[in-house]
Design a protein around this ligand. Structure first.
Ligand SMILES: [Mg+2]
Length: 208
């Protein structure tokens, strides 16, 4: 004899959400969504480079990239930690230096460099991970840059946006024209000092 069940009204189940995220990544949809944003960034970069070449006094154009899940993928660690993990554990994974490139943004990086657009990396990683970050970037194909900004080891405020905004301001104060800022978190992009922002997909975590 079958029994009937009274179901509770409840939010989506966390395990099922995790399965959906794995499916999202492994099906290739994640990469497609990255690709779609990068295509728009690529078109914009080409347009700005062309306009700049027509100026009597061309500007020194620059692009700002976030690092984690913008140019280097953390996905392997995210999955291994089952979409959780304490901040300390996550930082330990970052310090491994084995993150693969996110291919569409690597291409955009190369295009920028081919057109003499300066590249700046602005990351929430700490200064203590500078060396491993440099090695990881190089191994992944990001071989040179005009600046690599990491957070001071003793930096306290939780919000990444103020910190990142201050660095972009500093870059522009040096005379660069930041044509675009690319990141996977809204906090990478808030606060101006870039002509256009490009938000990559990241349904896996959120940094305030
Ligand atoms: Mg990021």
């Amino acid at each position: 004899m079958t029994s009937s069940t009274i179901w509770a009204d409840e939010p989506p189940n966390l395990d099922q959400i995790k399965q959906k995220l794995i499916q999202y990544h492994d099906s290739g949809q994640y990469k497609k969504d990255v690709q779609a944003v990068v295509e728009r960034a690529t078109a914009y970069l080409k347009k700005r480079v062309k306009e700049n070449q027509q100026l009597d006094n061309p500007q020194q154009l620059a692009v700002v990239f976030d690092i984690d899940d913008t140019v280097l993928s953390n996905y392997a660690h995210i999955k291994e930690l089952n979409f959780g993990g304490r901040l300390q554990t996550i930082k330990k994974f970052e310090a491994k230096g084995t993150d693969p490139a996110i291919e569409p943004t690597l291409k955009l990086y190369k295009l920028a460099r081919d057109h003499d657009v300066a590249v700046f990396f602005v990351t929430g990683r700490n200064e203590r991970h500078r060396q491993v970050t440099i090695e990881n970037l190089k191994k992944a194909g990001f071989t040179e840059w005009a600046g690599l900004y990491l957070k001071p080891n003793d930096y306290k405020p939780k919000s990444a946006s103020k910190y990142k905004r201050a660095i972009r301001k500093k870059i522009e104060d040096q005379g660069y024209e930041i044509i675009m800022n690319i990141g996977d978190q809204p906090s990478d992009l808030k606060g101006g000092y870039a002509d256009k922002n490009f938000k990559l997909p990241n349904p896996f975590y959120r940094i305030p």
